[in-house]
Design a protein around this ligand. Structure first.
Ligand code: SIN
Length: 479
C-alpha cells in the first residue's frame, strides 16, 4: 500500500497505548482485485479482557480531566484526521472498495463527529429541579458511564468508529473497539493518530480479530464493560442485545434498514432522480440508509424511469482508485450471491429488467433498475445491500404510507413532493427514525442518526449523541 505516511498502516492491535502482536493473524483483501493487503493480529477473549482492564484503569484519570482538556485532545485527533485524510481515504478504498472520492468524504464526515463532540464535551449540563417540599432541592448531574465496548461495520470503516468513540471519549468514557475483520486497517490508522494526538494509554483500544462473536461475547459478559454500542446487522444486534441483557448493560444499536424512497406526482422529477441515484448507489448500495424501495406515483412512473435510466447507465463501475469510478465492488462473495438471488427472485415474480442486471468481473455488479416491482418479492422485504434499484408504482398517499411502513425496519425514509400539508402528513406517518424531505443528504454530525423498530435504538451525532455515554444522577437535598 503506497501511503505518504507509511506509519498509518499498522498490523498489530492497540491495547493500553501499545502495539500488540498476536500468535495468530488474519489476512485482509482488497475486494476489487482480491489481492492481499496484509495480515492483522487475530486476538481472542484473553487479549480482549486485557484491553477492557486497560480501559477500566484509564477510566477514572480520563473522566477526571476537565472537559476542556479532553476537548483539546479530541480536537487534535480531528486535526490529524484532516491532515492525513488522503492516506486514510486510500486505506479505506483499498480495504473496502468504495470510490476514493466517497472515501475522502467519509474521512471528513468521520472527523466532523470528533470536532462536534470535542465541543459537546464542554456542554454536559445538569439541572436544578424545584423540590417536593420547601426544605428539598433536587440537582441533576450527568456522569460518564465507564468502559464502552464498540463494534463497527465494514461499510463505513472510519466514520462509524469516530461516531461512537468521539462522544464516548468526550463524555469521559474509555473505549475498546472491535472493528470489522474485513476493514481493520482504517481503525488501526485512527488509533495511530489517536496516539499522536495524545489520547492517553488505555483510553482508546483497538482489538482486531477474525472471531467477531467471541469479542462480542466478551464485551457483553465482562462486568467491567458498562455500555455496548453496535452498528451492523439486525441479526447480530439481536444476539448482542440478548447477551447484554444478562448484565443489564446500556446498549445502542444501529441496525439494518429498508428505506422507502417515495416520489409524489407534484415532485421535481429531476431532483428526485438525482436523489435516488445518490442514495441508491452510494457505496454500491451497501449502506444501512440506502434507498431500498422506490415508490413512484402512477402519473409520473414512466417519466421517472425514463429519466433514471441514463443516469444509472452513466455510473461507471471499477476500482475505487480510478477517478471516474462511481460504483466499486461488493464487499465479498456472500454479498454478490445475495444480490443475484434478490434479482432472480424479483424477475421470477414479474419484475422487468430495464437497465443492467449483470455480474461483471470479480465482485463488480452492474447498476441495475427493475420496474414493476411488487410487495411479494424478497427485494421488498430484505435489505438489498447491492446496486439494484427496484421501482414500485402506487396510486394514493395512504397506500404508499402503508407500503412504506410494511417492514420490520425503521431507519431512514425519503420522499419528494411539494404540497406542504402532505409533506407534514407523510413525514409524521412514516415509522422511521430519519426522514429526508426532498433530499437524501440526511447524514451529518449535527443531526441525530438512528432508527426505530428492528433498526435499533439510541442516537448518534447531534446534541443527543453524547447522552448515550452518560448516566443521569439525581441528588435530593434537605436544606
Ligand atoms: C450506515 O450505513 O450505517 C451509515 C450511513 C451514514 O452515516 O450515512
Amino acid at each position: 500500500m503506497n501511503l505518504t505516511n507509511q506509519q498509518l498502516l499498522q498490523h498489530q492491535a492497540f491495547i493500553n497505548g501499545e502495539w500488540v502482536k498476536a500468535e495468530k493473524s488474519f489476512e485482509v483483501k482488497n475486494p476489487y482485485d482480491n489481492t492481499s493487503l496484509g495480515e492483522v493480529a487475530d486476538l481472542g477473549a484473553e487479549e480482549t479482557k486485557l484491553a477492557i482492564e486497560a480501559a477500566e484503569n484509564a477510566f477514572i484519570p480520563w473522566k477526571n480531566l476537565t472537559a476542556s482538556k479532553r476537548s483539546r485532545i479530541l480536537k487534535k485527533w480531528c486535526a490529524l484526521q484532516h491532515k492525513h485524510k488522503k492516506d486514510l481515504a486510500t486505506i479505506l478504498t483499498l480495504e473496502q472498495g468504495k470510490p476514493y472520492a466517497e472515501a475522502l468524504g467519509e474521512i471528513v464526515y468521520g472527523a466532523s463527529f470528533v470536532e462536534w463532540f470535542a465541543e459537546e464535551a464542554k456542554r454536559v449540563y445538569g439541572d436544578v429541579i424545584p423540590g417536593h417540599g420547601n426544605d428539598k432541592r433536587i440537582t441533576i448531574i450527568k456522569q460518564a458511564i465507564g468502559v464502552v465496548g464498540a463494534i463497527t461495520p465494514w461499510n463505513f470503516p472510519s466514520a462509524m468508529i469516530t461516531r461512537k468513540v468521539a462522544p464516548a471519549l468526550a463524555a469521559g468514557c474509555t473505549v475498546v473497539l472491535k472493528p470489522s475483520e474485513l476493514t481493520p486497517f482504517s481503525a488501526l490508522a485512527l488509533a495511530k493518530l489517536a496516539e499522536e494526538a495524545g489520547i492517553p494509554p488505555g483510553v482508546f483500544n483497538v482489538v482486531t480479530s477474525a472471531k467477531a462473536s467471541i469479542i462480542g461475547q466478551e464485551f457483553c459478559s465482562n462486568p467491567k464493560v458498562k455500555k455496548i454500542s453496535f452498528t451492523g446487522s439486525t441479526r447480530v444486534g439481536k444476539i448482542l442485545l440478548s447477551q447484554a441483557a444478562e448484565g443489564v448493560k446500556k446498549v445502542s444499536l444501529e441496525l439494518g434498514g429498508n428505506a422507502p424512497f417515495i416520489v409524489f406526482d407534484d415532485a421535481s422529477i429531476e431532483e428526485a432522480v438525482a436523489g435516488c441515484v445518490d442514495s441508491k448507489f452510494r457505496n454500491a448500495g451497501q449502506t444501512c440508509i440506502c434507498t431500498n424501495r422506490i415508490f413512484v406515483q402512477e402519473g409520473i412512473y414512466d417519466a421517472f424511469i425514463s429519466k433514471l435510466i441514463p443516469k444509472v447507465k452513466a455510473l461507471k463501475t471499477g476500482s475505487g482508485m480510478e477517478v471516474d469510478t462511481k460504483v466499486g465492488p461488493l464487499i465479498n462473495m456472500a454479498a454478490l450471491e445475495s444480490t443475484k438471488a434478490l434479482l432472480n427472485d424479483a424477475l421470477s415474480k414479474g419484475a422487468k429488467m430495464v437497465e443492467g442486471g449483470n455480474h461483471l468481473e470479480g465482485l463488480l455488479f452492474e447498476p441495475t433498475i427493475l420496474s414493476e416491482a411488487q410487495a411479494n418479492m424478497d427485494i421488498f422485504k430484505k435489505e438489498i445491500f447491492g446496486p439494484i434499484a427496484a421501482v414500485y408504482k402506487f396510486q394514493t398517499e395512504d397506500e404508499v404510507i402503508r407500503l412504506a411502513n410494511d417492514t420490520n425496519y425503521g431507519l431512514a425514509a425519503y420522499f419528494y413532493g411539494r404540497d406542504y400539508a402532505r409533506i407534514w402528513r407523510v413525514a409524521e406517518g412514516l415509522e422511521y427514525g430519519m426522514v429526508g424531505i426532498n433530499t437524501t443528504l440526511i447524514s451529518s454530525s449535527l443531526s441525530p442518526f438512528g432508527g426505530v423498530k428492528e433498526s435499533g435504538f439510541g442516537r448518534e451525532g447531534s446534541k443527543y449523541g453524547i447522552s448515550e455515554y452518560l448516566n443521569i444522577k439525581s441528588m435530593v437535598w434537605k436544606i
